[in-house]
Design a protein. Structure first.
Length: 367
């Protein structure tokens, strides 16, 4: 791991955040309180090609995690999941407890027997990068999200009751990450007036991150915006761009070639998935030779969009119909997280009507 600049050390994470895998199974973990991204060797190097095409299902994963951590399932918040590219084990970024009593935990689930273990974050190969342009801890600006649970305040908007959670914008320093062609792409907020950013960090972490301010047209809001963060994104067009989604709920295309450090970039809004809706996760997959996008969101079933429709979609710049590219609503409710499980399956974290959470494998040929 010396090739990646990793040295034995400790990963001190104060709040569970986004995770994603990079080259040779290097795991990237974000910690917003310290405005840091860690690169970690999780020592999980056994290739298992059989599991790449085998489904993996685990009922009551929140209850199992809570039992392992010695707490109630109501005190378990699964912030993100990722599948190891070699072993195909499932990794969970988990917050145990709330408020000042909460602590971040990294867990691994065995894809054969469903066994859960924690991944110790001491005395292991690690590198880190800190964002100098992160919002300050005393920044009074607030970031608004639509929580899935009982956090925040309930209010009525256009005849609909929704919950609004207001948090310091530092908590959105990193909202999502993906490794693309030698660099880690990091979406989130900065300390600048035009705070929505996409950062690009060469890996190994031998250079500082470069960042680009983003501007999008928000169809539901009927205006151009530079302060709303990307909630989730996925590499697109062979890594030459990204598709990103924002709260209430535009989907926007950004070619990476347009992302010039220090210059504001305007994205192409290609879809609007509806007001009072929050995107939760996105992945792409191939079906019968064509590429599709899956969007997990808070208001609808799982949404499926053909990438060929995205390529030909003119930019949306008016708050009127049509709402962009066509989409199919799959009869799959309650999905909050997604990850590719080889080429044949998508792994989904799904909540049932009782609020219990389960890991489900969705066959890509049947979506």
């Amino acid at each position: 791991m010396n090739d990646y600049g990793l040295r034995v050390g400790t990963v001190d994470i104060r709040a569970a955040g986004p995770i994603t895998f990079g080259p040779d199974g290097i795991l990237f973990l974000a910690d917003n309180p310290t405005a840091t991204v860690f690169a970690v060797d999780v020592a999980d190097t056994t290739a298992d090609p059989v599991s790449a095409i085998a489904p993996f299902d685990l009922a009551d994963v929140d209850v199992r995690v809570a039992s392992y951590l010695g707490c109630d399932s109501a005190d378990v918040l699964i912030r993100d999941l990722a599948v190891h590219p070699l072993s195909h084990q499932v990794y969970l970024s988990v917050q145990r407890g709330r408020g000042d009593a909460g602590r971040a935990v990294l867990l691994r689930i065995d894809h054969v027997d469903g066994g859960i273990v924690d991944v110790p974050l001491v005395d292991l190969p690690v590198a880190r990068t800190v964002f100098a342009d992160a919002p300050a801890e005393d920044d009074e600006r607030l970031e608004i999200t639509l929580p899935l649970g009982d956090e925040g305040e309930e209010m009525e908007v256009r005849g609909h009751k929704i919950r609004i959670l207001r948090s310091p914008i530092r908590t959105a320093t990193v909202t999502d990450m993906a490794y693309v062609d030698g660099s880690l792409l990091v979406a989130g907020l900065s300390n600048e007036e035009f705070s929505s950013k996409l950062r690009r960090i060469p890996f190994p972490f031998t250079e500082d991150a470069t960042s680009t301010s983003l501007e999008i047209f928000h169809v539901s809001h009927g205006r151009w915006e530079t302060a709303a963060p990307i909630r989730t994104f996925v590499p697109y067009d062979g890594g030459r761009g990204i598709l990103a989604s924002y709260t209430c709920t535009p989907v926007v295309h950004f070619p990476l070639a347009d992302l010039i450090p220090g210059v504001k970039t305007i994205g192409r809004t290609v879809a609007d998935l509806g007001a009072m809706n929050q995107p939760l996760d996105m992945i792409s997959f191939r079906q019968h030779g064509d590429e599709y996008l899956l969007v997990a969101n808070s208001s609808h079933g799982l949404l499926k969009i053909a990438c060929r429709d995205i390529d030909g979609q003119p930019a949306l710049t008016e708050p009127t119909e049509p709402v962009g590219v066509p989409r199919e609503v799959e009869d799959l409710q309650g999905i909050t997280r997604l990850a590719n499980l080889g080429d044949s399956y998508v792994l989904a974290l799904q909540s049932d009507e009782a609020g219990r959470q389960h890991l489900r494998s969705l066959k890509t040929s049947s979506l």
